[in-house]
Design a protein around this ligand. Structure first.
Ligand code: SF4
Ligand code: SF4
Length: 84
């Protein structure tokens, strides 16, 4: 059950979550950040750090933000691949 970044991050992107992630699986894109589900260890440390409550565990993502589960998977994996 990886964590997922949703719409509220857009335009905020203060990276507080990136600072606390122990496995560096949160990647910066142009407008927001994405979590690579293959690397997330589900520790939950990032969730309370977000000033705009953009982060949810995938099973708790609100219905109107469900598309972000797939978006984080696609973008997170792409950005992780670019880093390697
Ligand atoms: S839950 Fe933990 S491992 Fe996953 S993105 Fe958040 S801080 Fe990183
Ligand atoms: S802490 Fe929240 S707003 Fe800041 S970069 Fe992470 S998800 Fe985006």
């Amino acid at each position: 059950m990886p964590y997922v970044v949703t719409e509220a991050c857009i335009g905020v992107k203060d990276k507080s979550c990136m600072t606390v992630c122990p496995v560096d699986c949160i990647y910066e894109a142009e407008d927001m950040v994405f979590i690579n589900p293959d690397e997330c260890i589900d520790c939950g440390l990032c969730e309370p750090e977000c000033p705009v409550t953009a982060i949810f565990v995938d099973t708790d993502v609100p219905p109107n933000f469900r598309e972000y589960v797939e978006k984080n998977a696609v973008e997170g994996r792409r950005l992780a691949g670019e880093k390697k």
